[in-house]
Ligand binder design. Structure first.
Ligand SMILES: Cc1cc2nc3c(=O)[nH]c(=O)nc-3n(C[C@H](O)[C@H](O)[C@H](O)COP(=O)(O)OP(=O)(O)OC[C@H]3O[C@@H](n4cnc5c(N)ncnc54)[C@H](O)[C@@H]3O)c2cc1C
Length: 529
């Protein structure tokens, strides 16, 4: 983009949005362009439309002047690039489109704009006195429901596989035209919020992990509050055993929520920062010392949790089945329901006086139990300060505070041997690079696992960005070649999305039909070259 083009585009955007909704000052752009790892591309400016019509205008102006636009909803894609674009572009910040447009208590659905956050929807439902629960991810109350869903993110409840529980997209295309998916395109349709397929080709999938349109509305399904909910927690030694024991229960519907299995490093990073004193400042935290800390704190090599929902009888029956299935491998099967949680809340001050580690565990369990009920929390964000020497601030912001974080996120079949192979290889690779293997395995669907491997470091230490990046690339390469491609990529690693000549050819043809000049979110998952 030359400067004459830029200034003509700028003048036109200004007339649509008003001067105050165009951002180009050095300090704000510095903030926008800071992620949790080094990112070569930059947002050159940021536009802040207020509604869909302004989004359409911004898009048309960008097309006329051939300026790349990169939409974000709230831009808190932490660990995957935050608000930074894949290639240099003008950011289209959709956070002002933050209306909850429609809500149906009877049919358990809500329609939201991109700026609607998890916290906002949670408050909305509470204020309405709703008997419905939403799904929540661990990324905190200020993250976008649409942004997360378009990355195929996942939460913790039975609605945790988010892409499978949304429909009725309103999409601004790269031409500036607007389409509606499913039955929403029929004027007065009664099922726009309710039906995923509509009639004819289904288009929703084209807009997730792609650069074919800007989603300005989406309907999100909710779940009725169950009569009874309980959560199980247990620890064990072997990851493979847990996956193999729980898979049949996930397949036969006994367990409907996402089961989360975290290793010792992951649990420790949720409880505290790096043990600088115990290690005398040396890194990484070697497995032998980790084993000692594990014993001391009473955590397992692997630690599983999940929710059960239904009538009291159904839930207790499901609990018995789980207990039976894991009886040979589980240590300390622990059960929480609302009344137990209330008791723990009351007893916590007393427990804290007698056992710091028991109090720690209550602190750990409380947000997990909340997530299983769709309550957003920013507790997990503390773990991004794992390697920082500063204390975790009340107002957590990993971009601002130089927290280094790269998520490596392979997709696995739900089989113990695959989970073990990936976790072992990741641990070896990450320890060798001087970091800790902070790993979780989530049974996100009946048949697959999302393995989330964190490379956590301190960006303020010279050389750490490069070291972490090399480790990420090596690991992702190995995983992809070994049959475990990623379920999601960061803004710097889009090359891992390319595989299969005929598939690539088709995707390029689609991109070029939608956006021949490649203006929208260039390089994001698909590219013209
Ligand atoms: C401690 C911690 C815990 C986390 N837990 C989870 C978790 O449980 N589950 C999970 O999935 N993630 C998790 N994350 C990762 C991440 O922070 C979340 O996925 C977060 O919701 C993404 O940021 P966002 O909602 O602001 O989306 P955005 O950053 O706004 O969007 C993500 C990307 O989607 C595209 N996009 C966004 N909006 C639109 C639009 N309207 N139209 C077209 N394209 C668009 C853009 O390319 C954008 O870069 C976690 C991160 C941390 C640090």
């Amino acid at each position: 983009m030359n400067s004459a083009t830029a200034s003509s585009a700028w003048r036109e955007w200004e007339s649509v949005l008003g001067h105050e909704n165009l951002v180009c000052d050095h300090a704000t752009l510095g903030t926008i362009n800071t992620a949790t790892f080094e990112t070569p591309a930059k947002a050159r400016a940021s536009l802040r439309p207020r509604d869909r019509q302004q989004v359409q205008e911004c898009m048309r102006i960008a097309q006329r002047h051939r300026v790349s636009l990169y939409p974000v909803s709230t831009g808190r894609n932490w660990g995957y690039g935050s608000a930074v674009p894949v290639r240099d572009a003008v950011l289209l910040d959709l956070s002002r489109l933050n209306r909850i447009v429609d809500y149906d208590e009877e049919l358990a659905a809500v329609t939201v704009e991109p700026g609607v956050t998890q916290g906002q929807l949670y408050e909305f439902l509470a204020q309405k006195g709703s008997k419905l629960w939403m799904d929540a991810t661990g990324a905190g109350p200020n993250t976008s429901i649409i942004g997360n869903t378009l990355e195929r993110g996942f939460g913790h409840t039975p609605l945790g596989e988010r892409c499978a529980n949304v429909c009725g997209f309103e999409v601004v295309l790269p031409t500036g035209d607007c389409i509606h998916t499913g039955t929403l395109r029929f004027p007065g349709s009664m099922t726009g919020q309710l039906s995923r397929w509509g009639i004819g080709p289904s288009l929703d999938g084209l807009f997730a992990q792609s650069n074919l349109g800007i989603v300005t509305r989406m309907s999100v399904w909710l779940m009725p509050r169950p009569d009874y909910i309980g959560a199980f927690f247990f620890k064990c030694d072997a990851l493979g055993g847990v996956v193999d024991a729980l898979r049949p229960l996930r397949l036969n519907g006994t367990i409907r929520s996402v089961v989360h299995i975290a290793n010792d490093y992951k649990v420790l990073s949720a409880m505290q920062q790096y043990p600088w004193t115990e290690t005398a400042g040396a890194t990484p935290l070697h497995p032998e010392l980790m084993a000692e800390i594990r014993r001391h704190l009473g955590i397992g090599r692997w630690n599983a949790s999940g929710g059960l929902y239904g009538t009291r009888r159904q839930v207790l029956e499901a609990r018995s089945r789980i207990k039976r299935s894991v009886s040979k491998i589980a240590d300390r099967f622990f059960w929480i329901d609302d009344s137990r949680m209330r008791w723990m809340d009351r007893a916590e001050p007393l427990i804290r006086r007698f056992s710091a580690s028991a109090a720690y565990k209550i602190e750990l369990v409380r947000p997990v139990y909340g997530l299983l009920k769709g309550v957003p929390t920013d507790a997990p964000l503390a773990s991004t300060y794992w390697r920082k020497r500063m204390p975790v601030p009340a107002d957590r912001n990993p971009d601002r505070d130089g927290c280094g974080l790269l998520w490596c996120s392979p997709l696995l079949p739900s089989r113990g041997r695959d989970a073990e192979a990936v976790a072992d290889r990741a641990a070896e690779c990450i320890l060798k690079a001087g970091f800790e293997p902070i790993i979780s395995v989530s049974m996100t669907t009946e048949r697959t696992l999302a393995c989330i491997i964190a490379i956590s470091y301190d960006r303020s230490i010279a050389g750490e960005d490069d070291r972490a990046w090399t480790c990420y690339e090596r690991l992702t390469e190995w995983l992809t070649q070994s049959g475990y491609p990623p379920y999601r990529l960061n803004v710097r690693s889009m090359k891992f999305a390319t595989s299969g000549a005929e598939y690539t050819h088709l995707i390029r043809a689609i991109k070029s039909a939608f956006d021949p000049s490649g203006i929208l979110a260039a390089g994001r998952y698909t590219s013209l070259e």
